[in-house]
Design a protein around this ligand. Structure first.
Ligand SMILES: [Zn+2]
Length: 78
């Protein structure tokens, strides 16, 4: 592409990389979240408060891992 120095990515490549990174991040986050969710279901007591905390942890875990993996994958792909 014109106007892009060698070794630099053009917008199309950058978009493609971030799209792929997002897909990888989604899968990794879903996989690890499934394991955590299973653990919560099996190990967290039936008490409603503990269930809410467990569910919230699972949600936060998903958000954090997908964010982190996305960033790592983006560095790793290029
Ligand atoms: Zn390109």
């Amino acid at each position: 592409m014109e106007g892009v120095p060698p070794g630099e990515r053009c917008d199309n490549c950058r978009r493609e990389i971030s799209r792929r990174a997002a897909r990888i991040a989604r899968w990794v986050a879903m996989g690890s979240t499934a394991v955590l969710a299973l653990y919560v279901v099996l190990r967290v007591p039936e008490e409603p408060r503990a269930r809410v905390v467990g569910a919230a942890s699972v949600l936060i875990w998903y958000l954090l891992t997908s964010r982190m993996v996305r960033r790592i994958a983006q560095e790793w792909i290029k």
